[in-house]
Write a protein that binds this ligand. Structure first.
Ligand SMILES: O=P(O)(O)OC[C@H]1O[C@H](OP(=O)(O)OP(=O)(O)O)[C@H](O)[C@@H]1O
Ligand SMILES: O=c1[nH]c(=O)c2nc[nH]c2[nH]1
Length: 194
């Protein structure tokens, strides 16, 4: 998606350790007009695919998923929680994942009443790096008996391999920008066809 690539080139900051900072528009300050265009693009790519629920993971996926849902007939958005809480009652599906940015393990929890065998799920998230967050969400869908119809990602850092591992497992992964390489020293970034 040209608009997203241009925005990354304009406002993204390439950091050491394979980190791309896009907090000016994607995951701290949010450009909702861009989110809306991203939602429209996923809707176009997944046209004709039955989706009755969008699943994401807190925190950064939530805003993107909620805006995108407007382009999928206002289907409900469920987000996996990464901490237990007194507000989380009832039976739950749970697993755990390692966070690339926070460098520690987190629980991934979804209430059983919000996901089940009748659900046709589109998973959305802001980033795909090693694929750990998605592996957790896919495990939750498997536990729930929900059918995963596809995965939509804003920025895939293809050089970390998570996306290709998921494609090799048979999942349809639609990333709007695919970073092939980036160099913190030179400040350069190369995109792959997406
Ligand atoms: O493919 P992976 O290696 O799993 O990386 C991608 C995940 O990392 C980020 O989450 P983070 O843990 O930074 O949490 P946040 O959404 O709260 O920022 C991002 O939002 C994805 O969920
Ligand atoms: O803001 C972010 N930048 C990244 O490079 C990244 N990788 C996973 N999750 C990420 N979030």
């Amino acid at each position: 998606m040209k608009e997203l690539e241009e925005r990354i080139r304009r406002d993204g900051i390439i950091k050491d350790g394979g980190v791309l900072k896009v907090d000016a528009f994607l995951n701290h300050q949010c450009d909702v007009e861009l989110f809306d265009a991203m939602g429209a693009e996923w809707a176009q790519r997944f046209k004709g695919v039955p989706v009755n629920k969008i699943l994401t993971i807190e925190a950064s996926g939530i805003g993107i998923a909620c805006v995108a849902a407007r382009h999928f007939g206002n289907v409900p958005v469920v987000f996996a929680k990464k901490a237990q809480s007194i507000n989380l009652d009832g039976e739950q599906y749970a697993t755990s994942i390692y966070s690339f940015t926070k460098q520690r393990e987190f629980p991934v929890i979804v209430g059983k009443r919000f996901l089940g065998p009748n659900d046709h799920v589109l998973i959305l998230d802001d980033f795909l790096a090693n694929g750990k967050a998605l592996e957790g969400l896919l495990e939750i869908c498997e536990l729930a008996g929900a059918q995963v119809q596809g995965i939509g990602i804003a920025i895939e850092k293809a050089f970390q391999g998570g996306g290709d591992r998921l494609r090799a497992r048979g999942y349809r992964v639609e990333s709007l920008a695919r970073v092939g390489s980036m160099d913190a020293g030179a400040g350069t970034i190369e995109f792959l066809p997406a």
